[in-house]
Design a protein around this ligand. Structure first.
Ligand SMILES: Nc1ncnc2c1ncn2[C@@H]1O[C@H](COP(=O)(O)OP(=O)(O)O)[C@@H](O)[C@H]1O
Ligand SMILES: [Mg+2]
Length: 411
């Protein structure tokens, strides 16, 4: 088991592949290539690394090359050039025997329309891959039953799959893929055919399941919400190319271009953007037994803030001091800062992973900025009011702009 590296992967459909590649290198786009050579660009210059045990999501509009990319992993499609390295060997150079091994054992696929045998029982469908591997019947059934239980279908083992609901059928699909205990699961729009509610349930269950089985999962979707929910990291594809790879937070915070922005604008950021991404790192602070009111005021004026966090000698957060109090104390000698420090800790410090949506109510009855601290209470950063509010209204603003552009709002 290891990470998978994809390097310079290209898939061109059509006869004049070499010519098409050359034109791609010269910067021509997908439409121009089709026009000039009759070739369709499936995937172009894809470089990425999938880490062992992560859910890596590939997202993009229909036709952007997601399925083509995924199908290179188990060689349902043969790339025009490039490499996919797994366990130190290039999958794209595997011979027929190695390829069979890869498809049966190392990587299994879960399809959008389940791909089950409707007139076979659940257990028989789940045992299908094991049957091909040549395991004896008793062993197959044992593993199948166990895997069926893992996906929450205990009791349904001997039902015909064709009689089950969509959600249940996809669980059978998942069980079938898991039964051979593969290193990698390839899931192509696996939940896209399900009703919204069932789809959400399946996403939750996949997350739970993954915490138990810890597979490497390549998950394809055209739905950003699904990508953000499931992905440890997300690659966004457009016209066969990857335009951005990042964690959900990175993608929401710094969309690489207008294409990504267009996806991101429709998302409720408040639950995903966290304190870490909007805090000021390594903020100015006051050391409790070391600095007095004069130093505090000087620092506040320099940074342009009205309060500063107070820390001990180990940089542990203790509370805040305010400018007006510091100004009143400025000429009083020998001030004990601890007496003038505000230390209502429960609302003054949050963890870096706190979603912005949870920060807003904290700010409503808090005149201070918010400290961001690690588990040992060490000061990591400061979040100021305006950043939180700015973050929360961003979505509304975008909606207003959108309505305006569509001519629905006169301001
Ligand atoms: N077998 C094929 N022959 C020719 N063109 C193909 C083939 N498969 C896919 N394509 C083209 O490659 C591009 C990427 O398709 P696909 O990978 O299916 O996109 P997605 O999965 O993102 O919807 C599309 O323009 C599609 O028409
Ligand atoms: Mg597809």
């Amino acid at each position: 088991m290891s990470d998978i590296q994809v390097k310079k992967l290209n898939v061109i459909f059509g006869k004049r592949k070499k010519e098409a590649l050359k034109l791609l290198e010269q910067g021509l786009d997908k439409a121009e290539i089709l026009n000039k050579t009759g070739c369709t660009v499936g995937v172009y210059d894809v470089n990425l690394e999938v880490k062992q045990g992560e859910i890596f999501v590939v997202m993009g509009l229909s036709g952007s090359g997601k399925s083509t990319l995924l199908r290179c992993f188990n060689r349902l499609i043969s790339p025009t050039s490039g490499s996919i390295i797994m366990n130190g060997t290039d999958i794209l150079k595997a011979n027929d025997q190695e390829l069979r091994q890869i498809r049966r054992k190392n990587m299994t696929m879960v399809f959008q329309h389940f791909g089950l045998l409707p007139h076979r029982t659940v257990s028989s469908n789940v045992a299908f891959g094991l049957e091909i591997q040549g395991l004896d019947e008793q062993e197959r059934i044992k593993i199948a039953y166990k895997t069926i239980e893992t996906v929450g279908l205990k009791g349904y083992e001997e039902q015909m799959t064709g009689q089950l609901s969509g959600g249940m059928q996809q669980r059978v699909g998942l069980a079938r893929a898991l039964a051979t205990d593969p290193d990698v699961l390839l899931m192509d729009e696996a939940f896209s055919a399900l009703d919204p509610l069932i789809r959400t349930n399946m996403q939750d269950e996949l997350i739970q399941l993954q915490s138990k089985v810890k597979k490497t999962i390549l998950f394809i979707t055209h739905d950003l919400d699904e990508a953000l929910k499931l992905g440890d990291r997300i690659a966004i594809m457009k016209d066969g190319k990857i335009v951005q790879i990042g964690t959900p937070e990175e993608i929401l915070t710094n969309p690489a271009d207008d294409y990504v922005k267009a996806f991101v604008e429709n998302v409720d950021r408040g639950d995903i953007v966290t304190a870490r991404s909007i805090m000021f790192e390594n903020p100015a602070s006051i050391r409790i037994d070391h600095d007095g009111p004069k130093v505090a005021l000087r620092k506040m004026r320099k940074v342009g803030v009205t309060s500063l966090p107070v820390v001990d000698n180990d940089n542990r957060f203790l509370g805040f001091v305010k400018d007006e109090e510091m100004a009143a104390l400025e000429h009083k000698g020998d001030v004990k800062m601890s007496e003038y420090m505000h230390a209502k800790k429960e609302v003054m410090a949050v963890e870096p992973e706190t979603p912005v949506a949870e920060l807003l109510p904290l700010f409503l009855d808090n005149i201070y900025n918010m400290a961001v601290v690690d588990k040992d209470k060490r000061l990591l950063g400061v979040v100021v009011h305006s950043s939180v509010i700015g973050e929360m209204i961003r979505k509304d603003q975008q909606e207003v702009v959108k309505i305006k552009e569509e001519g629905g709002l006169v301001l």
